[in-house]
Design a protein around this ligand. Structure first.
Ligand SMILES: CC(C)(COP(=O)(O)OP(=O)(O)OC[C@H]1O[C@@H](n2cnc3c(N)ncnc32)[C@H](O)[C@@H]1OP(=O)(O)O)[C@@H](O)C(=O)NCCC(=O)NCCS
Length: 209
């Protein structure tokens, strides 16, 4: 059964013929196709050869820039090279990629929360019970922390009042496992208040020796 009547076929068939003829003219012969492939391969080889010639130069150039940057960072870091204090850290953590920005530097907020936790551990120990952070007295970020650094938080009670406890927290990062260095990255002082189960301030117990 025809798809359309004879009059329509008479109109449509010449148009279809024309389309098919044009299409045949634009389809390259097998020889022509082989020629195109050869041309593309030759262009590819030229690019590859350019890569071989320029690649090492580019690598040296980029390497030089990276080396300069690394040296610059090493120079500024050398001012902060430190040894870990000879005491137990309150906290030791390795930041993960989810704690970093797109450049691999750890968010300041991540460090601040860890510092608050480390300080609270010391304050809770002194208060022998629950504490609340009442103030962040000072906070200095000396050096960036990177993904994979082992970060140690050393907390020390530096002053106490009737209900409050002031804690100093020093933060060190251990990095470059193949050539390990320790860098002091942050220092902060925070105040905590001893509170009871209702969240009201309470007097500190006497200090244990
Ligand atoms: C902590 C809290 C119970 C203190 O109650 P308060 O009635 O305001 O207490 P006061 O003003 O009498 O201060 C209590 C102590 O904190 C000290 N303090 C208060 N504000 C301070 C500040 N900005 N910096 C340092 N110390 C401070 C006071 O000097 C006092 O110390 P002392 O008893 O040793 O002399 C109350 O402020 C609170 O619940 N704050 C919210 C805590 C919190 O949720 N922290 C988490 C933040 S996300």
């Amino acid at each position: 059964m025809p798809l359309c009547d004879a009059r329509t076929q008479q109109k449509v068939i010449p148009v279809l013929r024309e389309v098919v003829t044009r299409r045949r003219q634009t389809i390259p012969s097998i020889e022509r196709r082989q020629q195109l492939v050869d041309q593309r391969l030759a262009a590819g080889y030229k690019l590859a050869a350019a890569g071989v010639v320029f690649g090492p130069g580019l690598a040296l150039f980029t390497g030089g820039i990276l080396n300069d940057l690394t040296n610059q960072r090493a120079c500024t870091m050398s001012e902060h090279i430190a040894v870990l204090p000879n005491k137990q850290p309150a906290l030791r953590v390795m930041p993960m990629p989810s704690d970093a920005n797109q450049y691999g530097d750890i968010f300041g907020g991540w460090i601040m929360s860890q510092v608050d936790i480390a300080g609270a551990i010391a304050a809770k120990h002194r208060a022998r019970g629950r504490v609340a952070t009442v103030a962040v007295d000072s906070f200095v970020f000396n050096q960036p922390v990177s993904v994979g650094d082992v970060v140690s938080f050393f907390a020390e009670v530096v002053a106490t009042g009737r209900t409050s406890i002031k804690v100093n927290v020093e933060v060190f990062a251990e990095r470059n496992p193949d050539q390990p260095i320790t860098v002091k990255v942050t220092e902060a002082t925070l105040s905590y208040v001893a509170i009871n189960q209702q969240g009201d301030k309470r007097e500190l117990p006497p200090a244990a020796d």
